[in-house]
Design a protein around this ligand. Sequence first.
Ligand code: 5AD
Ligand code: SF4
Length: 462
Amino acid sequence: MNEPKKLFVKSFGCQMNVYDSRRMADTMAPRGYVETAAADDADLVILNTCHIREKAAEKVYSELGRVRRLKETAASEGRRLVVAVAGCVAQAEGEEIIRRAPSVDLVFGPQSYHRLPELLARAARGEKPVDTEFPLDDKFDHLAAPTPSAIRTRGVSAFVTVQEGCDKFCTFCVVPYTRGAEVSRPANKIIAEVERLAAAGVREITLIGQNVNAYHGAGTNGRSWSLARLLERVSDIEGIERLRYTTSHPRDMDDELIAAHRDLPKLMPQLHLPVQSGSDRILAAMNRRHTRADYLDVVARLRAARPDLALTSDFIVGFPGESEADFAETLNLLDAIGFCGAFSFKYSPRPGTPGAELADQIDDEMKSERLQRLQTAIDRGQQAFNRSCLGRTFDVLFEKPGRHAGQLVGRSPYLQPVQATAPSSMIGEIATVTITEVASNSLFGALAHAPVREPALLAAGA
Ligand code: 5AD
Ligand code: SF4
């Protein structure tokens, strides 16, 4: 038998990229590639890139500098290191990447991952293929599924992509250009994938998509299913104890999905619902298609359905034309909602998006100053939420060994990491834990009583 080849995949950006990277590794596994955690002994390096903000895109080029040196070292040892750039920078910049970084052997966008073996064969013949098409066939039909042992290595909580792309065209965002139009996967494919994950010991599934609650895939009854319907069906799969979905758009948060938060006990009481700004003027300029009042109304309806729901969000500061008064509206939206956490970003003009063409671009110093103030307010909210957890008892899904010997770390229903003294045989189990200490963003707890499930398969070897 041939020596296995080594594959190093580095993901930048969102969870969709993490998912795609795994599916690429799964596709290369039957072709003799094993994953390595170290780029320096790899035969193939894939950078799965993110184009959402300028900084994210620039990281790729600095990483390519390091990879070029690895390639030179490999060549001096008589080895060939193949360098591939995938993901949204690949989609947006195509050939330009090879011009800027000639050590790159192949470039391919997010809709071409299933063509990786063929593209590699072309690279082996000395070509430098660039594939940034949006083919009509579904890449997921051609990407291999993970083996049970690969699933176990990746842990008890898994992502499953259910839709890709976006039709919303927020004026700051590159996603509709890099990932293309919204496409939902058929429910039967998603169900089969979740069943396979559950059989190998996965307990928690997060359905992911750039605009996940716009999901409208073909159902098993031949009709189009909503995300609510899909969640209901997935929650019936044996072994799956917890469900989440991300990332949602407020406009697509319909009554049926809100009701799912009331009716599906496995749907966790935490929701990521980006708002971006608290100012109606800026929301309109961003083409968000919702107002501040719409957002408050959706949150009120969600909380009526699920009173213990905790919310996180995304914010952009310094969008063109944002005045101090607009920014104050964002700050006071934080108080009005009471988020348990949030991501916040300085507006980054992306080439080809309408926002980049707007007059009134805000200077970087002001963006930094607003970001700082916003982050202070977000941290305050997060810490208040964490402090409110002290003394409460949660179901914690144990994921892996904790910071200290004898400890495990798991996630609360609100996604907070919780450290507790527990045997490693409890990895993959949901246990009742009382929170005994809150230090900044870490929670510590004590097992309240015996585990609620049998030891999961995850503790077993391959
Ligand atoms: N500049 C800054 N932040 C952005 N985001 C998306 N595009 C940009 C941009 N051009 C943020 C949004 C989105 C998150 C994933 O990234 O807040 O919700
Ligand atoms: Fe981008 Fe989200 Fe807006 Fe779609 S809804 S354009 S992914 S920010």
